[in-house]
Design a protein around this ligand. Structure first.
Ligand SMILES: [Zn+2]
Length: 81
């Protein structure tokens, strides 16, 4: 499996940081911090939490603490009821 240079999913944001080590990991490996909305790489996240089988990553311990205070608010953006 190679890196397709014609991939339409490449965004302007990625173009702005082209000099990272692309061979080290998949370039779509980041997840969204549910508290502040930042993109966070789980491998380098300041903190991670698991809730209902889903792992969340946070940009800072402060965001993780906010999540801990109300995990259902952040862990379930579309509550069933
Ligand atoms: Zn955050």
């Amino acid at each position: 499996m190679g890196h397709d240079p014609n991939n339409d999913e490449i965004t302007k944001e990625e173009t702005a940081m082209t000099h990272h080590h692309e061979h080290a990991s998949h370039h779509n490996a980041t997840v969204t911090d549910p508290v502040c909305g930042m993109s966070v790489d789980p491998a380098t996240a300041a903190a991670t939490r698991e809730h209902d089988g889903v792992t969340f990553a946070f940009c800072s311990a402060h965001c993780a603490a906010t999540f801990d205070a109300d995990p259902h608010r952040y862990g379930h953006p579309h509550p069933a009821h």
